[in-house]
Design a protein around this ligand. Structure first.
Ligand SMILES: O=C(O)CCC(=O)C(=O)O
Ligand SMILES: [Fe+2]
Length: 253
């Protein structure tokens, strides 16, 4: 049976720690950065999941974890509203078009997603990303999971987003992992549950594909399709250390 639809309780996001429009975050410089020529977009599951190892250097991740620790993170309540995913983590959110733009332009992300470095033609790119990618969602979310914290099974929604004067919508979730077992964080893997194919003619049994477990890696970006084609997924419980993530989304027109 298909699992009940669980949303990543986007409405609850308004109650998490956030900065008002006038406030800004003094994000550290995005340096040192690794050039796109040394990186690649790796397909984990066709049309659903890609990763980019070392999008952020280890040094940059370390600087950011120490900086992000100074932000006023708030723990989300463990008891969700009806139909929402259970999650417990410490979160911070800001609407910051400037930082979203830097994350897109000052790292190898743009070149790997929409440039020659993607290894895809322009037509292939538009088919995969669900349109012409114009940048990242200015809604930047920072998550910290400590021992015992997790993000239960859910689907991510697509949202309408304006970048500058361009109105678009989000199609893929971007997760940037800043910690891993190498920094003392165990558990916390992101797990995806691909849907079973329709049963073959004359048979009734659907073959349930194996879940896909993405291990944490310092500086790795993960992209996964969201909205109506989103796979059920979760962030497993952290068993030691701290898992830090920066989340945004690809915006297309
Ligand atoms: O923390 C994770 O591994 C998953 C996060 C997630 O699913 C989300 O932000 O929607
Ligand atoms: Fe999610």
């Amino acid at each position: 049976m298909a699992p009940k639809l669980l949303k990543a309780n986007s409405k609850a996001e308004s109650s998490i720690a956030s900065k008002t429009k006038d406030e800004t975050v003094a994000w550290p410089k995005l340096q040192p950065i690794i050039p796109s020529t040394s990186l690649e977009l790796t397909e984990i599951l066709p049309d659903q999941i890609f990763t980019i190892s070392n999008l952020w250097s280890t040094k940059l991740c370390k600087q950011y974890v120490s900086f992000l620790s100074s932000l006023p993170l708030m723990t989300t309540p463990g008891r969700p509203k009806k139909g929402e995913a259970v999650r417990v983590n410490d979160r911070f959110q800001i609407d910051d078009p400037g930082f979203a733009d830097r994350l897109w332009n000052e790292t190898a992300l743009q070149e790997l997603v929409t440039g020659n470095a993607s290894g895809m033609s322009k037509e292939q790119q538009q088919a995969v990303w669900g349109g012409l990618v114009v940048g990242l969602n200015p809604n930047i979310r920072v998550y910290r999971y400590t021992k015992g914290q997790f993000f239960g099974q859910h689907y991510d929604d697509s949202n309408i987003v304006t970048i500058g004067t361009t109105r678009g919508h989000t199609t893929w979730t971007l997760l940037l992992y800043l910690t891993s077992p190498a920094t003392g964080c165990t558990g916390g893997q992101t797990v995806f549950y691909p849907e079973a194919d329709e049963p073959k003619k004359g048979t009734k049994t659907k073959i349930q594909p194996q879940p896909i477990t993405v291990e944490l890696e310092v500086g790795m970006a993960l992209l996964h399709k969201h909205g109506s084609d989103c796979l059920l997924h979760e962030g497993l419980e952290v068993t030691s250390g701290e898992k830090w993530i920066i989340r945004s989304d690809l915006v297309v027109i």
